[in-house]
Write a protein that binds this ligand. Structure first.
Ligand code: C5P
Length: 246
C-alpha cells in the first residue's frame, strides 16, 4: 500500500498509477463524478476536500468508497482533542483510505485521534485509514511564518511539526516536495509524505508557492503526489495527466 521512494525515472513514470492522488475540488458531486469517470484506473486515489465535502457531505464520500476508489478525506481537522478524535472516528466509519489533521492541533489531539481511530477500527473490524498531519500549506511561505511569529525557514517549521506528528504516532505528513528529503533525513525514512503543489514543467503556479513537477516530487522522496487544477480544470484530462507525469 505504501510504495517506497524511488529514484529512477523509468520507475517514476511507471508508478504514476501508484503515486498520484487527484483533488476533486468541485462544487457539485456531478462535476466530481465526471472527473472520476475520466480518470479512474489511471490514478491511485481521489481527494475530497473542504469545498466538495461542504457542498455534498459524507454521502458522496460513501458513494465514491463504494465504487472501490481510494478516498483521501482532506478536511484538515484542528480542534480540541475530544472533537478531533470523534471527527476522525466518523471519517474512519466512512471507509476512507486516508484522512488528515493540522499538525498544529498538537500532540495531544493527534494522539487522541489515532487512539480513537485504532480503537473503533479494531472493535468494528474496519480498515484503519492512514493518518496524516498537515505541516505547512504549500501556498504558504516565509511571509506567512513571520505573521505567525516564527523566525525560522519553512523547512525548520515543517520538520518541527513533522516531529509532533511522529510523536503522536501518525503515519505521515502533508508537506511540499521541497521538504521531502529533509523529512526523511531528520524525522524518519518511513514517513508517508503526501505532497500537493505539483505542477507540469510548463504550468502556471496559481496560488501555490512551493511547487515541483510530479517526477521531481517522487525523486525527492514523496510517497504520494496530489494534483488538482492542472488536471481537473483541463478540457482533456487524460492528456493533461500524461503531460503531468511525462
Ligand atoms: O489545484 P491544486 O493542484 O493546487 O490543488 C492542490 C490540492 O491540495 C487542493 O485541494 C488543496 O486544498 C490541497 N492541499 C494543498 N496544500 C496542503 C494540503 C492540501 O494544496 N498543504
Amino acid at each position: 500500500m505504501q510504495p517506497r521512494s524511488t529514484s529512477t525515472s523509468k520507475d517514476t513514470i511507471a508508478s504514476a498509477r501508484e503515486r498520484l492522488i487527484v483533488a476533486l475540488d468541485t462544487d457539485t458531486a456531478t462535476k466530481a463524478r465526471e472527473i472520476v469517470e475520466d480518470l479512474k484506473g489511471e490514478v491511485f486515489a481521489f481527494k475530497i476536500g473542504l469545498q466538495l465535502f461542504t457542498a455534498e457531505g459524507p454521502s458522496f464520500v460513501s458513494e465514491l468508497v463504494q465504487t472501490g476508489e481510494r478516498v483521501f478525506l482532506d478536511l484538515k481537522f484542528h480542534d480540541i482533542p475530544n472533537t478531533t478524535a470523534q471527527a476522525a472516528v466518523s471519517a474512519a466509519r466512512l471507509g476512507v483510505w486516508m484522512m488528515n489533521f493540522h499538525a498544529a492541533a498538537g500532540t495531544e489531539a493527534l494522539r487522541a485521534a489515532r487512539l480513537a481511530v485504532e480503537e473503533v477500527c479494531g472493535r468494528e473490524s474496519l480498515p484503519r485509514p492512514l493518518l496524516i498531519g498537515v505541516t505547512l500549506l504549500t501556498s504558504s511561505g516565509e511571509g506567512h511564518l513571520r505573521e505567525l511569529g516564527f523566525a525560522g525557514t519553512p523547512e525548520d517549521y515543517v520538520v518541527r511539526l513533522a516531529k509532533t506528528v511522529r510523536a503522536a504516532g501518525l503515519d505521515g505528513v502533508v508537506a511540499s516536495a521541497c521538504e521531502a528529503a529533509v523529512l526523511r533525513r531528520e524525522v524518519s525514512d518511513d514517513l508517508v509524505i503526501v505532497t500537493p503543489g505539483i505542477r507540469p514543467a510548463d504550468g502556471t503556479l496559481g496560488d501555490q508557492k512551493r511547487v515541483m513537477t510530479f517526477r521531481e516530487a517522487i525523486e525527492s522522496g514523496s510517497t504520494y503526489a496530489v494534483v488538482g487544477r492542472p488536471i481537473t480544470a483541463q478540457a482533456d484530462r487524460r492528456a493533461a495527466l500524461a503531460n503531468l507525469i511525462s
